[in-house]
Design a protein around this ligand. Sequence first.
Ligand SMILES: Nc1ncnc2c1ncn2[C@@H]1O[C@H](COP(=O)(O)OP(=O)(O)O)[C@@H](O)[C@H]1O
Ligand SMILES: [Mg+2]
Length: 243
Amino acid sequence: MTQRNESAPVLDVRDLTVHHGQLRALHGVSLSLPAGGVHAIIGANGAGKSTLMRTIAGLHRPTAGSVLLDGADVTALRPERRVAAGIALVPEARRLFASLTLEENLLVGQTSARPGPWTLDEVYALFGWMRERRSQRAAQLSGGEQQAVAIGRALVANPRVLLLDELSLGLAPVVVRQIYDLLPRLVDSGLSVLLVEQDVSQALRVASYAHCLLEGRITLAGHPAELTTQQIEAAYFGVGVSA
Ligand SMILES: Nc1ncnc2c1ncn2[C@@H]1O[C@H](COP(=O)(O)OP(=O)(O)O)[C@@H](O)[C@H]1O
Ligand SMILES: [Mg+2]
């Protein structure tokens, strides 16, 4: 493993350009994630948020640019090697194995796991209801329960960087709140969170730093407390850009 420098970013995305066929979904996106915080990416539907998350996780190959983890270039690593290096993705729409049990889904997350604090027991302690339902098929769980299992599956890989793509999609507000309230405990366990959210107020409530993505470009970055509603609206919708 590479040497760890305390002041260096844990995740460094440099000038990333990604195409889907002819469509350029990301145009030279750069961002730097210091160790230990919650960073948010906000942006409208189709802005390129999932493309960015999936490219960081190794599921899309960029046309240009690089992804560095603890200073080491991981751009060429396949997804499972990135998990082993310390990047875990909770994908949009959760994507559990519906016919596997809750516990089998968690075990999938251990396949390329790093050593670390998150074991099955720790996940069961975090989500009190899980242990006694571990033999149920994922398909039998509610949306919020499935989201919790998807988070548990990522945690047992013991990531340095946890990527959360639209946690709140399709979930009741009270469930969303419960899941977001967990984030400080995850950060306390030593990982850094990069989350994508369409629900801007939710994202800004939990994030220590936010980036706005519009049509594949970063249009705004800053501490949530320092961003005005006007700035955010302009960056999010592109209003004022072409007017
Ligand atoms: N696998 C794909 N093949 C072709 N186009 C895609 C694919 N994934 C995303 N896109 C397109 O790339 C753009 C960005 O999509 P996405 O990253 O999913 O945005 P977001 O997550 O912000 O909604 C959109 O125009 C979308 O239609
Ligand atoms: Mg998306």
